[in-house]
Design a protein around this ligand. Structure first.
Ligand code: OMP
Length: 275
């Protein structure tokens, strides 16, 4: 198991150093890269496009990002897992910035152990996103990796997020509320500062409800930018008592912007203006 600095320590240090709650999502696809950058990354054999695009984007935005969140699907679909691994190492070493591997894993114990090893040992990520639908025992194998962050889906940003997550459970709580409560309990059982929750920026009232339920816990909040979540409503609903406790993610809105550095700085500053 890793002896590196804990994820939440790295995160808070990056948040303070860069005065930022912005998480930059790395979701590279060939069509969007060509559309946004024209010939800049043209390579008919597609050898290094993903890697070059990501490392340029990281270099441009690292000053403004408290974390990066590469989404595994955008690398594995092109068989670019080696690039993913080297980009994660590059972000950690060159920019002292934590990396969340967005993999949304969730499976029974022995399989979850392999997923945890994949995220934390193979890819060397500081944190990973997981799906709690199969129950608390499927989260625990990830928590066994000391210092690593486990970021659990709670109320997702997509329109279908209401299909199941808003259903009222036996005790009267909605399913996402129950996830929030159970994960806060599990986090406490593991000593705190191990679990964060994913709540979409497209759902400010659910975001406020989760904040009410979990106190100062860290939240990963995707859905601003391309999905249209309102930054002011997000920050006001999601901030904790210290005007923090959030990693607000934008992927397409930053990486495919004409000037990613400018977009990242503007988003960071807009978030800060409502803290
Ligand atoms: P943009 O919509 O381009 O900013 O990308 C959002 C990123 O966050 C994608 O990688 C999504 O897979 C991810 N995401 C959501 O959009 N909604 C969620 O509820 C959860 C996630 C996530 O777990 O990161």
């Amino acid at each position: 198991m890793s002896k590196q600095r804990p994820f939440f320590e790295k995160l808070r240090s990056a948040q303070e150093r860069k005065n930022s709650l912005l998480c930059v999502g790395l979701d590279p696809d060939h069509v969007s890269i060509a559309k946004a950058r024209g010939n800049e990354y043209a390579d008919p054999a597609r050898h290094n496009v993903i890697h070059r695009f990501c490392s340029d984007t990281i270099a441009a935005t690292a000053k403004y990002a408290c974390a990066f969140k590469p989404n595994a699907a955008f690398f594995s679909c092109y068989e670019k897992e080696d690039e993913l691994q080297s980009l994660i190492f590059h972000i950690q070493r060159s920019y002292s910035t934590p990396v969340i591997l967005d993999a949304k894993r969730g499976d029974i114990g022995n399989t979850a152990e392999r997923y945890a090893e994949e995220a934390f040992v193979r890819f060397g990520a500081d944190a990973v996103t997981v799906n709690p639908y199969m129950g608390c025992d499927t989260i625990e194998p990830f928590l066994k990796h000391e210092g690593k962050g486990v970021i659990v889906l709670c109320r997702t940003s997509n329109p279908g997020g209401s299909d199941f997550q808003d259903l009222v459970t036996k005790g009267g709580l909605r399913l996402y509320e129950r996830v929030a409560v159970k994960m806060a309990e599990l986090d406490e059982r593991y000593g705190g500062n191990r679990i964060a929750l994913v709540v979409g920026a497209t759902r400010p009232s659910e975001l406020a409800r989760v904040r009410e339920l979990v106190g100062d816990m860290e939240l990963l909040i995707p859905g601003i930018g391309a999905q249209g979540g309102d930054v002011e409503a997000t920050v006001k609903a999601g901030k904790n008592r210290h005007g923090a406790g959030m990693m607000i993610n934008s992927s397409r809105g930053i990486i495919y912007a004409q000037d990613p550095a400018k977009a990242a700085r503007a988003t960071r500053d807009e978030i800060n203006s409502y803290r």
